[in-house]
Design a protein around this ligand. Structure first.
Ligand code: GLU
Length: 446
């Protein structure tokens, strides 16, 4: 790492003790932007990098609620408003027992550059709670969401901070959150949250956007190498919203997804995942993947407690959570003939894994670029809300496809400009950073 950047990084470690995921996310960006400082001394003079590593505002709050047994439960809520140089803070809410400040800060930090890379007017933020929706009744989830919003509402707004979903926060939770915001404020402020249902101001393609966008991004990477998804064998990790719509689009593009996973193991289905059955088990019934294998009969097998990355494939789409591809997993994928990786999740590949992929010449699409379709479509939802309009599915999907193709082109062009052809990690980090840095310079000392 560049000397100046390494002393900034040491300061980040000192000022944010124990937040290892945040350290990892900062390190990856700082390792990419060294060459930018040579071309832009004004960034260092104005301490843009130090400023970008410090959130504008961090909110931590108590979330009390009552479970179905009548017991009071206490969770912790977070919203980190990281950077508003490009627009209102924008980023999802994650409800998962692993959530603590370090996770929210890593996600918020990544979001700044991802959102910058989309070219749309959105800043970066993230929030969530250590609440675990798994096994909770609808009434319990509603009670939690209402309590969460009873504090959050004072911090958000369509021009201030616009949350959305992430792991553990889907259509049901967004509905309860928006309902409570509307009730407290007495304002039908649609643009205050995205990922809304189509019945009350949501946008077509938002549900599908992260997965579809990631498949479009990988299709672009493959196209740049003279090939496509057609006939390719693909492994997708996870089986939530991102995984499901990644599988759907890859199947439409001619690929065969032979495996997907959840926290208990993976299913191998050599004939290709039956998407209707997967949706039924995971979305409608909120069930386990083992049930998919049971119902699919002889075609599929469930492999408990093993990594899905042992399944040979030509394209890997990590769509579960952070640090799910280790250096060893990456080496296995490369040995098995993997030529492209598209990160649907945020930071799913460890630094060791990224190095293995880049050294092996794999087309590696980092999350900041490959999964930006979700937040980009959130920005389209805000646009439709602001103009009290709603677009068709076809038009919205075309917009998403164009945005992903633009992001892909920008990553490649920036990587070329900085002498690292084909390196999407460098391209995404540099382009995202430059956009935010230029806006921060223009706005003065913010
Ligand atoms: N959670 C998603 C992400 O990681 C979407 C955020 C949004 O739509 O605001 O980008």
């Amino acid at each position: 790492m560049h000397e100046k950047l390494s002393s900034i990084y040491d300061n980040v470690l000192r000022r944010n003790p124990g937040e290892i995921e945040f350290h990892q996310a900062v390190r990856e960006v700082l390792e990419s932007i060294g060459p930018v400082l040579g071309k832009h001394p004004e960034y260092a003079e104005s301490k843009i990098i130090e400023r970008v590593c410090e959130p504008e505002r961090q909110i931590i709050f108590r979330v009390p609620w009552v479970d179905d047994q009548g017991q009071v439960q206490i969770n912790r809520g977070f919203r980190v408003e990281f950077n508003s140089a490009l627009g209102p803070y924008k980023g999802g809410l994650r409800f998962h027992p692993s959530v603590y400040l370090g996770i929210v800060k890593f996600l918020g930090f990544e979001q700044i550059f991802k959102n910058g890379l989309t070219g749309l007017p959105i800043g970066g933020g993230k929030g969530g709670s250590d609440f675990d929706p798994k096994g909770r009744s609808d009434r319990e989830v509603m009670s939690f969401c209402q309590s969460f919003m009873t504090e959050l509402y004072r911090h958000i707004g369509e021009y201030t901070d616009v949350p959305a979903g992430d792991i553990g926060v889907g259509g049901r939770e967004i509905g309860y959150l928006f309902g409570q915001y509307k009730r407290i404020t007495n304002r039908y402020e649609s643009g205050v949250i995205t990922g809304k249902g189509l019945a009350y101001g949501g946008a077509q393609v938002r549900t599908e956007a992260t997965g579809y966008g990631c498949a479009f991004f990988v299709e672009e990477m493959l196209k740049a190498r003279g090939t496509s998804f057609d006939g390719k064998r693909v492994v997708v990790s996870g089986s939530g919203n991102v995984a499901i719509y990644t599988i759907e689009k890859i199947e439409q593009l001619g690929g065969t997804v032979v495996a997907c996973s959840d926290s208990s193991g993976y299913v191998l289905d050599e004939k290709g995942i039956d998407l209707a059955l997967l949706k039924q088990v995971k979305q409608d019934e909120r069930g386990r993947l083992a049930t998919y294998a049971e119902r699919r009969g002889g075609h599929a097998s469930f492999v408990a407690e093993r990594s899905v990355w042992e399944v040979p494939c030509q394209v890997a789409m990590p769509s579960a959570t952070q640090n799910e591809i280790t250096g060893r997993d990456a080496a296995t994928l490369v040995e098995n003939g993997c030529v492209a990786v598209g990160e649907g999740a945020n930071m799913p590949t460890t630094p060791e894994g990224i190095k293995v992929f880049l050294d092996a010449g794999v087309a590696f699409g980092p999350g900041k670029a490959a999964n930006a379709g979700g937040v980009a479509t959130s920005a389209l939802e805000m646009q439709q809300n602001a103009s009290r309009d709603s677009w068709t599915f076809e038009f919205s999907e075309r917009r998403l496809q164009d945005i992903m193709s633009d992001i892909h082109g920008r990553c490649l062009q920036t990587a070329d400009e900085y002498g690292m052809p084909g390196n999407y990690v460098a391209g995404a980090n540099i382009d995202g950073f430059r956009r935010v840095a230029d806006a921060m310079l223009a706005l003065g000392l913010i």
